[in-house]
Design a protein around this ligand. Structure first.
Ligand code: GUN
Length: 286
């Protein structure tokens, strides 16, 4: 039997509607409009689309959005000064430094990200937030893994006691996903490029999360019949065509639930950015 497809659109709408309502309540109670600043350096076309989407979504949600466009030749120190200004701006509750940075700034990526006040770190990339997440404390959680968890919750898929296997150990998806699944009482295995017997390990998963960055990496022989398969991959295979990490056509015949790419968990990332901006605004009032 073919898997139930978990379409991101339905869940993203529900989550955005919920957050929009909470933002209205917050603004009414405090007189404060949550503010998000997005810094984009250079002219990467994909980043420009993402940033435009963030800006439009903020407007729909009742969030003030400021897009700061900087030339690719900007120095590290000028960028740090921009971040510090935003850290000190009480109208800005969330700061996002759009990645990737231009080549010349690559080596400073972490240094720059770590300049963002952890309370305003809506990406959840700051080590203070990563550390808090790993010890189960309240923090800013990276948007993509948070979106995956919210989708599973809304789909009524229980995680307690389940075997979860994550393929990919990135700081942005794999590791935070592992911590979120642990917090939901799943038994978690994180696989990566040095993992032996990946196929056998993946086939034990009740929940399989693919975050590798390789098209069609996850094949049907890696799937336990009826498993929940979450595809976090965004692989550009042609100028206007993206695909996930999962071989969707064959895997969907074996899985119980599957997220498509495009149209899956990617759509929840922006919904979670809105959620995190509200959370940040709330945290900064206390
Ligand atoms: N570029 C693509 N996705 C993201 C994201 O979630 N955060 C940041 N900062 N940059 C990105």
């Amino acid at each position: 039997m073919s898997a139930t497809i978990l379409w991101g659109k339905t869940y993203a709408k529900k989550l955005k509607d919920e957050t929009k309502e909470k933002i209205a309540e917050f603004t009414e109670k405090t007189g404060i409009t949550p503010g998000l600043a997005v810094i984009i350096v250079g002219e990467d076309p994909a980043s420009q689309v993402y940033v435009r989407n963030k800006h439009t979504t903020c407007a729909e949600m009742g969030i003030n959005s400021q897009v700061i466009e900087l030339v690719p030749t900007i120095s590290k120190d000028e960028l740090i000064a921009t971040i510090e200004n935003l850290n000190n701006d009480s109208n800005i509750h969330g700061i996002l430094l759009q990645l990737p940075l231009p080549k010349a700034l690559h080596k400073y990526e972490n240094e720059l990200l770590y300049r963002i006040n952890p309370l305003k770190d809506v990406d959840g990339f700051h080590p203070v937030n990563a550390g808090r997440l790993s010890i189960g404390e309240k923090c800013m959680v990276p948007c993509t893994p948070l979106g995956c968890i919210k989708m599973l919750e809304l789909a009524g898929i229980s995680l307690d006691g389940k075997n979860a296997v994550i393929i990919g150990r990135s700081n942005i998806v794999g590791k935070p996903m592992a911590n979120l699944l642990l917090a939901k009482n799943a038994t978690v295995t994180v696989c990566h490029s040095h993992t032996r017997n990946l196929q056998q390990i993946a086939a034990t998963a009740d929940i399989l999360v693919a975050a590798v960055g390789k098209p069609n990496f996850v094949t049907a022989d890696m799937i336990k019949p009826g498993a929940v398969v979450i595809d976090v991959g965004i692989n550009r295979i042609a100028p206007k065509k993206i695909t996930g990490d999962v071989d969707f056509t064959t895997v969907k015949e074996k899985a119980g639930f599957i997220t498509p790419v495009p149209g899956g968990v990617g759509l929840l990332t922006i919904a979670m950015l809105m959620h995190n901006t509200l959370e940040a605004a709330m945290l900064q009032q206390t």
